[in-house]
Every structure is written in structure tokens, then in C-alpha cells.
Ligand binder design. Sequence first.
Ligand SMILES: NC(=O)c1ccc[n+]([C@@H]2O[C@H](COP(=O)([O-])OP(=O)(O)OC[C@H]3O[C@@H](n4cnc5c(N)ncnc54)[C@H](OP(=O)(O)O)[C@@H]3O)[C@@H](O)[C@H]2O)c1
Length: 354
Amino acid sequence: MSDLYSQPVFLLGFGGVGRALARQILAARARHAQRNRLRLVIVGVADSASSVMAPSGLPDAAILDLLERKGRGERLADDPQPPALDSLPAHTIVVDTTATVATVPWLMEAKARGMGVVLANKLPLAGDLRWWDAIADARARWETTCGAALPVISTLNTLLDSGDDILRIEGSLSGTLGFLSSQLEAGVPFGQAVRDAKAKGYTEPDPRQDLSGLDAARKALILARMLGYRLEMRDVAVESLYPPEMDALSVDEFLREADALDAPMKQRAAELTVGGRKLRYAAEIADGKLRVGLVGAAPESKLGGIRSSDSIVVFHTRYFSDNPLAVSGRGAGQEVTASGVLGDIVSLSRAMRR
Ligand SMILES: NC(=O)c1ccc[n+]([C@@H]2O[C@H](COP(=O)([O-])OP(=O)(O)OC[C@H]3O[C@@H](n4cnc5c(N)ncnc54)[C@H](OP(=O)(O)O)[C@@H]3O)[C@@H](O)[C@H]2O)c1
């Protein structure tokens, strides 16, 4: 086994996705050795309060211990130390599975030190364009920031490399809003549909985080930036499914008062579904612009044909014109997301070795 390449990996974030990733790294040891001559060595783990640094690598037993600690709701370490990247090997891959922009300085430092970066966290890539410019290069991977492990980013990269011209991208990128759209289409009143989605665990604890459309907009902004559109979030037309004055309400108040939106949402759904069109919450990227909101999709189209809670990205290109190229399937879930992150780590390790 001594001819295995040791790839140092630093885990920034140890929540649902981060912990699933750690378990998957351990479970994939034999496959990585056999298929890739690779051993992923976890050289540090950080959560919001502390970090455990081990530049020569944490033994698997220590990783299992950290998983157990976090599973019991304990902190990673008693000492609230921030991560110290200067203690790590120069070819480390820093993996961001947090959901905060607080990691941006570490990502910048990692890039400046020549390290690789893998993100499941979309906030750094959908934030300030200067962050995008500093992070999103050949020493970074971010497949799971748009549609979890669906190969959306890699497909787009392949199209961009192939000489094809991407004319338009449309996508349904929120399982929550997909579910909600299908409920509205079926005639379920808006307030009831929101409460049902929350009861089924489809929404964030505060459903307004989904209903604002911002999460879907961030995913689409990452695709738009890959096309070379120099857009900031303020340039994106995002349709929120509730008015801004409802931001002041508590979650319970919002859930009660959402019924006030039943009539306007019913009318909007009726307008968009004339002639049997399907109600979707979709992003459209074309002509330098990005718009995210409710649309009526033709029932025979790829966007109109997906299962409501699935994600889809449809690439309309010069070569894929009459029958556009679509990537669709389950676009959320911690285990599947972790698997996409793991794929990114292996792919980036291979590229960095070259
Ligand atoms: N779940 C999905 O289906 C899915 C799909 C695609 C992408 N993603 C993305 O994957 C990311 C992780 O999702 P998740 O479900 O694993 O979230 P989560 O369970 O809330 O985990 C977030 C982790 O980040 C840590 N953290 C927060 N602030 C930090 C900081 N300043 N420094 C270091 N660590 C920090 C948290 O620490 P504590 O443990 O101390 O709280 C926690 O361990 C998110 O960006 C999400 O959008 C998720």
C-alpha cells in the first residue's frame, strides 16, 4: 500500500454533509486505493466553534471519535481554536461544507498558499464577484453547489470546453419550490401548501428562506458566472413568493398569515398554467441576464416533464437545440451531496497531481 498517493484533506464544516463526507471517505478507502492509488488523509476538521488540526493525518479511529462526539451534540474540541492553515501541507484540499461566508478568508488563504478548494457551500461563489475571481479557478471544484451531486457543473464545463455555444440555460433548482409549485398547480391553497411542505420536512425551519427564491438564485448565479456573466446578486431578478413586509413576522405568525396570499397566488398560478402548462419555479439564464421565478412550462418540455421535487438543468446550445441537453434527478440530500463532494475531491486531487 506504500505506493498510494496521500492527499491531505481539511474539512471545514462538520454538519450533516461534512459528517456524511467523513464517513464516506473512510468507507471508500479500499475503492480509492484500488481504483485511484489514492489515500485521503484528513489533516483537520473544523466546526463553528473549534477545530482539530493534525498535519500528518488523523487516524481513522480519531475520525470515528469526532463523528461520535458531534453526534452526541458535543464540540469537536474543548479548546475553541480557529483552523490554522499554515500548519497544513501545501497540497492540502480544503473542503467547505459550511453554510456561511465566514469561511471566505480561509478559502482565500488556501488559494494563496497553492492549496485546492472544494465547496458544497454556495455562498462564497454567489457572493462578491471578487470572491468568485479568487476562488473559482482550476484549483477549485464546486459540483454540489447546484443540484447536489447531479453532474450539472461538470456538464457545463464540458460544454464550455467543447466549442459548443450555450444559448440559454433553464433550470428548476429548488426541490421545495418544485413541490410547492405542483401543489399550487393542483389547486392546493398557498398557505396550506407551505404548511404541508414544512410538515413534511421539505423546507428550511423558516420556510421564507426557500420562498424568497434566493437559494435557487444563488445556484443559477453560479452557472451564469461560469458562462462569463459578470453579475452580482443585486443584478438578478428574483421573484419572492411572499411580500417583503412579511419578513418582520415570526415563523409561526408567517405560517398563520400565509393564507392571505392564497388568492393572489391562485390567480398567478391560473395565468401561468393556461392551456395545460406546468407551474415551475425556474431560473432562466440568457443574453447576459438571469431571472428566477414562477413560469408556465410547456408540458412536453424537459422542464415541464420532471417530477415536482426533482431538480433539472436544461442546456440549450448550438448543437443541442431541437432536443436540449438536460441533467435531472434528485438535487438534494446530505448523503448524495457528500458523495458529490467526494467525487470533487478525487477529481481535484488527480488534477493537482498533474
Ligand atoms: N443538504 C443538502 O441537500 C445540500 C445540497 C447541496 C449543497 N448543500 C450545502 O452544503 C452545506 C452544508 O449543509 P449541511 O446540511 O451539512 O449544513 P449543517 O448541517 O448546518 O452544517 C454546517 C456545518 O458548518 C459549520 N460551520 C458553521 N459556521 C462555521 C464557521 N464559521 N467555521 C467552520 N465551520 C462552520 C457548522 O458548525 P457547528 O457544527 O458548530 O454548527 C456545521 O458543522 C451548505 O452550504 C448547503 O447549502 C447541502
